[in-house]
Design a protein around this ligand. Structure first.
Ligand code: KIV
Length: 281
């Protein structure tokens, strides 16, 4: 059962309380219409910095700016009355230290109306997470494969295959939880490690490419509905094929425009919707 605070809205403490309970259903959203559709269904909607790749065609998430996150965060948060809305902190907006992170996280919270922010990082970020949480900003952690660090880590392969890396990621999980994060995204991590982390820490783990051992799952919505690209990573299940549906609709529209069968009389102003009947014969 979801825990609500007086209204139907799922709060940050309610997400935290789902540890070991009913799995958390989480998706990304970047726009008001998609947020309206997903809000009643999802427990948590993430305005991810994946917006840069999915909507803006960037090669990575590194070019995403604070202004982009604020604009998309506001569009989503203003449409949601049920799901807990979390907005990603973009690359370069929090790594300098707690003060920079607080300034930018406060702007995101104030200008979007979201419930929390998300940041990528483990042990090195624990002090910053604690600083924010103590000052009223709930933080969703993100460990394992961290796309903002891909230039250092060198790729998108699954994390935790060797013992040293697995130990480091487990230590990250402990650090993020001890710092006060209310939940943590575990991305691209082998199943035994995702299971070990989930069993070891007291906050919910939200997996993406991290097995069903996690306390919840998140997918990029556009991946999940076949809208983003032809390449589907192994950890994505496509529940719809919106891409071909959209292309077929555009082709039908193009045919109608070229044959002048669209717009019809019912789409025009000052034209009778049905042809007047001719004289009786
Ligand atoms: O940016 C994003 O959408 C994310 C999710 C994939 C977890 O970080």
């Amino acid at each position: 059962m979801s825990v609500h605070a007086g209204t139907d809205r799922i709060t940050v403490p309610a997400i935290r309380a789902r540890k070991g309970g009913e799995p958390l259903v989480c998706l990304t959203a970047y726009s008001a219409p998609v947020a309206s559709l997903l809000d009643p269904i999802a427990d948590l909607l993430l305005v991810g910095d994946s917006v840069g790749m999915v909507l803006y065609g960037m090669d990575s998430t590194l070019g995403v700016t604070m202004d982009m996150m604020v604009a998309h965060g506001r569009a989503v948060a203003h449409r949601c009355g049920h799901a807990c809305v979390v907005v990603d902190m973009p690359f370069g907006s929090y790594e300098e230290g707690p003060e920079q992170a607080f300034r930018n996280a406060a702007r995101i919270m104030r200008e979007t109306g979201c419930a929390a922010v998300k940041m990528e990082g483990g042990i090195e970020l624990a002090g910053t997470i604690e600083f924010l949480v103590r000052r009223g900003i709930p933080v969703l952690g993100h460990i394992g494969l961290m796309p903002q660090s891909v230039n250092v880590s060198g790729g998108f392969s699954a994390r935790g295959r060797d013992k040293a890396e697995a130990r480091a990621i487990l230590a990250d999980a402990h650090a993020v939880a001890a710092a006060g994060a209310f939940a943590v995204v575990v991305e691209g991590t082998v199943e035994p490690l995702a299971r070990q982390i989930t069993e070891a820490i007291a906050i919910p783990t939200i997996g993406i490419g991290a097995s069903p051992a996690c306390d919840g799952q998140i997918l990029v919505t556009d991946d999940m509905v076949g809208l983003f690209s032809d390449f589907t990573p192994r950890f994505v299940k496509r529940y719809a094929e919106i891409g071909p549906t959209l292309a077929a609709a555009a082709e039908a529209y193009a045919r109608d425009v070229r044959s002048r069968s669209f717009p019809g009389p019912e789409h025009c102003f000052g034209v009778p919707k049905t042809k007047p009947k001719g004289p009786a014969q």
